[in-house]
Ligand binder design. Sequence first.
Ligand code: FCB
Length: 511
Amino acid sequence: MDVEIAAATGSAGGTAAAPGTALPYTPSAPRPARGANGNGRVDFPRGFLWGAATAAYQVEGAAHLDGREDSIWDVFARVPGAVLNQEDGEVACDQYHRYPADVALMKELGIKAYRFSTSWARIQPGGREFNAAGLDYYDRLVDELLAADILPWLTLYHWDLPQGIEEDGGWPSRDTAHRFRDYAVATHERLGDRVGVWTTLNEPWCAAFLGYTGGQHAPGRQSREDGLAAAHHLMLGHGLTIQALRERAPEANLGITLNFEVEDPLNPDDPADVEAARKLDGAFNRIFADPVLRGAYPEDVLADVEPYGLAERIHDGDLEIISTPIDTLGVNYYHGNGVAAVPAASPLAGNAPLSRATSSPFPGADGAHVHPRGLPVTGQNWEVQPEGLTRLLLRLQEDYTGPRGIALYVTENGCAYDDAPDADGYVADHDRIEFIDGHLRAIKDAIDEGADVRGYFGWSLLDNYEWAWGYGKRFGLVRVDYETQERVVKASGRWYGQVATGGSVPELPAR
Ligand code: FCB
């Protein structure tokens, strides 16, 4: 293998961080849209890891094959109005069968690491006994990646909880944290000899709050209490798993991926806007970052959610478990927000247009409203804000990861645009090149200012099942024709392959 990722020096096997101190919200000023690495060719540090990401339910298909049973997403996709056009992941990109070709394509492009997730519902159908045939699939995938000299970067939970465990209470039930640890150990038992990088959770914010409070994602519950309980138990499951895997494989690189937004007050001189941004920052960023990385919930967040029972869920010793030292923090960044205390006259419609009623996913951020800021937007109406990533990485480095010797990897970043394929399915997606180019330059700005960022994973290798949006939103570096399953590398995929091969971002190509 060319690519070796070792456990970080500072944290592996170190002493628990808790009890710690959480941090308050401190606003930072937006930077210019393009920073110091704004125009010409930008060389990344040697060894910087260039990857691409997907997730099991979004690409695998084979949803009821070889023993796999329903996950919460299979069930949710059947709820009328839950997913655009009632689409599901039954077939998706059929990677379950086409993984050899997908791995070969990554190799051809020069991609050095593949971030994929294992499906809990495939490995432990119904939450009952472990399914050897399900584990066999990941065995084959990992072997294929290693043979192609591509680093397998494994995530244990990208949202496909076995439906049987949801029926036993799901993430709001404390027991699910222990069941997650057991599933992780069984998966490690099979793959730990060949997989060295283990991520516990992808974006627990989405799993907890879109899933159990807002209802935009599976299982679609709409309860503030359940969302907060789910968040706590997801983090507990993370900590229990880190402890178990550390014991099994002290040399493994262990981590978690959190999603972050940079919350800026719309008017920094208006205390009401600053307060609104504080609430969103707490409810989105610090509610996970502080327990996991600093061993404590932020006081202001606990106060914001006081009526909804979080405090009663926190048992003695939980924060020590949750803050068990990790090696890597995965950072998913798509955009930031301008936040005000009053609603926007015409807010950006960033959610799938669905008839089914949903709720706010923020249990403690009533009165915080996101406003459009006149920035360019993607095909999903997400603002394009690369400079926010520089600020985010520097904040994480300084307040969370740097002091603990934890490495940062950007584990997701990308964009959906309304791709227009030509007759051969080729997409000249300059918008996407520009998006990724801008974010890579923003990462380099952060590295130059001291952030220990060691890799980047484009979201996504392939067009795939974009949750409540169904197949309508395409994030791929590679186009997928869902009728034929044909893959056609987009202009952005070729461009990214060159970046990955050479380790540098060229001058932005002309349109
Ligand atoms: C993230 C998810 C990923 C994908 C992107 C667009 O929140 O982790 O599965 O849907 O958004």
